[in-house]
Design a protein around this ligand. Structure first.
Ligand code: GLU
Length: 449
C-alpha cells in the first residue's frame, strides 16, 4: 500500500483507482506524481479550483483495436493494440509504441501519463501520448513483423497527423518497425507526410542522433547530477541494465565521458566484463544479428554470463536501469547503496519501484527519474519533427549538441525547482513540478478542455 497523500490529493488518487481498476502501473505512476504536488497546490490554489489534476489523470482519448495478421505458416493471430492520447495542452500527442506481450491498457496509460510531464520538461511543443500492442516480436521473421505493422497501421493511420498524434518507437519498436509502419501509412493515404512518425531512417526523413538520443541524454543527465556534487563520470564503474537501443548508447556516451561499463543485460540474464564492455560486439550481436546477450560471453573469453541473475548485485559507482518498468526493487536499491553506488539515472520508464526510490533518496545518492533522465529520446523526436516541418535535415553534431543543451536545461530546471519547493537534490520533486506547472498553466489558459 502506498503512503497516504495530502488531503486534497488522496481523493483524486482514490478516484483514479476506482475508475481504472486493475491498472497497477498506471496507479503507481499517478501516485508518484501526486506525492510531490502538495506544495504546488498551496502556492497555486487555482489549479485545484480548475480541477487540473483530475483532468490530467483522465486521457483525452483512448483507442483500442484488433490487429489480425498471418504468420509465415499461414496461421492467423489476433493481437490487441492501443493508442492513448493523453494530453495535448502543449502540442500534438507524442510518445512511442511498445510491442511486448506484457502490454495492456494499464501499461500504455502509465507510459502515456509519464510522457505528458517528460515532454513538458523538454521545453518543446509536444503533448503526451503512448501506444502499443501485446504482440511479441521475439523470434518473428521480418515478413511477420511487416505484416503485423501493416495491419496495425491500417487502423492507426486515421488517428495520426503531424498536428494530431505522432508515434515513435519504444520497447520492441525500432527503425525496422517504424519503416513498415511509415510505408503502410504512405500507401493508405497516398501522402508522404514525414511528420506523422519519428524514429525514421536517416535516408527517409529521420534525424541524426535520434537513435542515440535516449541513451546519450540519460548519461548527460547523470553527468549533470554528478557535476552538481562536484564530481563526474570520469573513472567511474557503470552497470547498465538492458542491451537495446537505450542501453547501447548510454554505454557509448558513458565510455566517452571516461567511465568503464562493466555489465549489461537482456531479459534472460546479464554479462560482466571487468575490462569494459566491448560495444562494437554488443552492437553486432543486438543490432545486426538480433541475438541474445549471452552470445557476448561465448565470443569473449574474459567475460562471463549469468543466466537469470540479478545484475544489480554487481558493485558499481553508477547504475543506469535501461530495460523496463519495476526492474529495480527495494532490495536491489539496498544492495546498490550498500555496494557504494553514488548515482542512478533511469534510461527506462519507471524502472525503480517506489520502495527503491525511497531507499535511494534516504541514502542521499543522486537519483534521476526517467521523466527527466530519459527525456532526450522524445526531445530529439521533437527535433526530427522540426526538421520534417521545414523539409530540412541537420548534421549529427548540431543535433547532438542541441540534445545535450536540452538535457543540461532539464537538469537545471529540475534541480532549481526542487530547491525552490524545499526539497534540495530531489529530482523527483523537481521533474514532477516543472512538468506539471507547464502543462497546467497551458490548460488553465485554454479554458475547460
Ligand atoms: N518511447 C520513448 C519515450 O519513452 C520515445 C518517444 C518518442 O520519441 O516519441 O520517451
Amino acid at each position: 500500500m502506498p503512503a497516504r497523500l495530502d488531503e486534497k490529493l488522496e481523493p483524486i488518487y482514490q478516484d483514479v483507482l476506482h475508475r481504472n481498476p486493475g491498472e497497477n502501473e498506471f496507479h503507481q505512476a499517478v501516485h508518484e506524481v501526486l506525492e510531490t504536488l502538495g506544495p504546488v497546490l498551496v502556492k497555486y490554489p487555482e489549479f485545484a479550483e480548475h480541477k487540473v489534476i483530475q483532468r490530467i489523470c483522465e486521457p483525452e482519448r483512448q483507442i483500442i483495436f484488433r490487429v489480425p495478421w498471418q504468420d509465415d505458416q499461414g496461421e492467423t493471430h489476433i493481437n490487441r493494440a492501443f493508442r492513448v492520447e493523453f494530453n495535448s495542452a502543449l502540442g500534438p500527442y507524442k510518445g512511442g509504441m511498445r510491442f511486448h506481450p506484457s502490454v495492456y491498457l494499464g501499461i500504455v496509460k502509465f507510459l502515456g501519463f509519464e510522457q505528458i510531464f517528460k515532454n513538458a520538461l523538454t521545453g518543446l511543443p509536444i503533448g503526451g501520448g503512448k501506444g502499443g500492442s501485446d504482440f511479441d516480436p521475439k523470434g518473428r521473421s521480418d515478413s511477420e513483423i511487416m505484416r503485423f505493422c501493416q495491419s496495425l497501421m491500417t487502423e492507426l493511420y486515421r488517428h495520426l497527423g503531424e498536428y494530431t498524434d505522432v508515434p515513435a518507437g519504444d520497447i520492441g519498436v525500432g527503425e525496422r518497425e517504424i519503416g513498415y509502419l511509415f510505408g503502410q501509412y504512405k500507401r493508405i493515404t497516398n501522402r508522404y507526410e514525414s511528420g506523422i512518425l519519428t524514429g525514421k531512417g536517416l535516408g527517409w526523413g529521420g534525424s541524426c542522433a535520434r537513435r542515440e538520443a535516449t541513451g546519450f541524454g540519460t548519461v548527460h543527465f547523470t553527468q549533470e547530477m554528478l557535476k552538481a556534487r562536484n564530481d563526474s563520470l570520469e573513472g567511474k564503474t557503470v552497470v547498465v541494465s538492458g542491451s537495446g537501443n537505450v542501453a547501447i548508447y548510454a554505454m557509448e556516451m558513458a565510455r566517452k565521458l571516461g567511465a568503464r561499463i562493466i555489465a549489461c543485460s537482456d531479459s534472460s540474464g546479464f554479462i560482466v566484463d571487468e575490462q569494459g564492455i566491448d560495444l562494437d560486439l554488443v552492437k553486432r550481436i543486438k543490432e545486426v544479428e538480433r541475438r541474445r546477450i549471452s552470445a557476448y560471453a561465448q565470443e569473449k573469453s574474459n567475460a562471463h554470463y549469468v543466466a537469470d541473475g540479478n545484475i544489480w548485485k554487481t558493485p558499481c559507482d553508477v547504475a543506469l536501469p535501461c530495460a523496463t518498468q519495476n526492474e529495480l526493487t527495494g532490495k536491489d536499491a539496498k544492495t546498490l547503496v550498500e555496494n557504494g553506488c553514488i548515482a542512478v539515472a533511469e534510461g527506462a520508464n519507471m524502472p525503480t519501484t517506489p520502495e527503491g526510490i525511497r531507499l535511494f533518496q534516504d541514502a542521499g545518492i543522486a537519483y534521476g527519474p526517467g521523466k527527466a533522465a530519459n527525456a532526450g529520446g522524445v526531445a530529439t523526436s521533437a527535433l526530427e519533427m522540426q526538421q520534417n516541418a521545414s523539409r530540412d535535415s541537420w548534421g549529427f553534431d548540431y543535433t547532438a549538441n542541441r540534445l545535450e543543451e536540452i538535457m543540461v536545461n532539464i537538469h537545471r530546471n529540475c534541480h532549481d525547482t526542487a530547491d525552490e519547493f524545499g526539497s534540495p537534490g530531489n529530482y523527483v520533486v523537481g521533474a514532477n513540478i516543472v512538468g506539471f506547472l507547464k502543462v497546467s498553466e497551458a490548460m488553465v489558459a485554454m479554458g475547460l478542455i
